[in-house]
Design a protein around this ligand. Sequence first.
Ligand SMILES: NC(=O)c1ccc[n+]([C@@H]2O[C@H](COP(=O)([O-])OP(=O)(O)OC[C@H]3O[C@@H](n4cnc5c(N)ncnc54)[C@H](O)[C@@H]3O)[C@@H](O)[C@H]2O)c1
Ligand SMILES: O=C(O)C(=O)C[C@@H](O)[C@H](O)[C@H](O)COP(=O)(O)O
Ligand SMILES: [Zn+2]
Length: 364
Amino acid sequence: MSTLTVQLGERSYPIHIGRGLLHRAGEFLKERGIAQKSPLLIVSDEHTASFYLATLESNLQKSGYKTESFVVKPGETSKSLAVFEQVITAAIQGGLDRHSAVIALGGGVVGDLAGFVAASYMRGVKFVQIPTTILAHDSSVGGKVGINHPLAKNMIGAFHQPELVLYDVDTLSTLPPREVSAGLAEMIKHGLIWDANFAYWCRDHAADLLALDAAALEYGLEKGCSVKAEVVSRDERENDLRAILNLGHTIGHAIEAIAGYGEFLHGEAISIGMVGSALLGVKLGADPALVEVTRDMLSSLRLPTSLPAHLDTDRLLEAMMHDKKFKEGSITFVVPRSIGRVEVVKDIPVSDIRQVIEQLKEEA
Ligand SMILES: NC(=O)c1ccc[n+]([C@@H]2O[C@H](COP(=O)([O-])OP(=O)(O)OC[C@H]3O[C@@H](n4cnc5c(N)ncnc54)[C@H](O)[C@@H]3O)[C@@H](O)[C@H]2O)c1
Ligand SMILES: O=C(O)C(=O)C[C@@H](O)[C@H](O)[C@H](O)COP(=O)(O)O
Ligand SMILES: [Zn+2]
């Protein structure tokens, strides 16, 4: 097992990454001082629960915890106000008190939803992340929790850091191939924004990563989590630096929202968005090879790199205006300057973004 730390003073917390950790969950919760007398609420989704909920419950109960659980439908549509209310109802009915903790067992959807429940229930209770997707190496670290509005992604939420991230890489063995690729989009993003060598490493080890080779996965997850932890430790509330974690998300979030949170997985949408950002980077002076290298990296991970023509350009632009990155009347973009180096650029002209969207469609 390896352990990283998100450094936030008194609110610092560990990220444990390794094998067999689900069977030791109770031990780690006790270590972090999670109360045993108050019930825990485990939030999961139907897929994840069918594989791992019984193991987690049995371990926690053996360790002296009382557990309640609530299982949501899989997929992005569970990040909604309606499902949020259902989970809050389960917390009240399960007798959770102010010393209880909410545990997210699942991918980013469950993590964001359960985290927002933890942030809101009785004005905030403790929260534990047990990520079970590759993508969730990103979502489980950093404390951004929340749900979607039909008009815009992640529009309702909070910053609420977990007490602990417990990443049992054995759980990744049951992931469907499409989810593996989608998760690798956020992994390579951490290279593209921070560490060129890591981005090239992801490309060069694509076959191992796609085959869920244990050594490659553990290295990639550790590296991805360490970039995320470093950025969050320096700028928890996205005052400046943290914005770079949004590479590909200006276009990506717009794709997810106008496609109704179903057609594209988050990782797929941001993959297309990262190619869009590279196209914009070239417009703003980067080496034109940047686009081809970025496309090649993402294709090697079996990710989409172009926009289907049926996604309407005006609707995409309109969705970008509802995003959190639309501020003081202009759209902010994370723009790559080279592999591993990005800059946050304000006031990108809408005409440039329109051109980029059309270029992304031409490639389809
Ligand atoms: N808070 C953040 O900082 C942050 C960062 C990145 C992404 N996100 C959010 O994360 C979400 C995407 O997360 P995701 O890709 O993990 O999606 P997800 O939670 O929907 O999981 C993907 C699919 O895999 C299934 N699944 C999960 N674990 C499994 C396992 N071990 N075996 C088999 N199936 C399993 C799920 O049931 C689901 O069908 C998006 O809503 C995105 O906005 C948040
Ligand atoms: O943690 C962050 O900061 C990120 O931007 C990580 C992103 O990968 C993630 O998709 C996040 O949920 C986006 O947040 P938002 O505030 O831009 O909606
Ligand atoms: Zn993301």
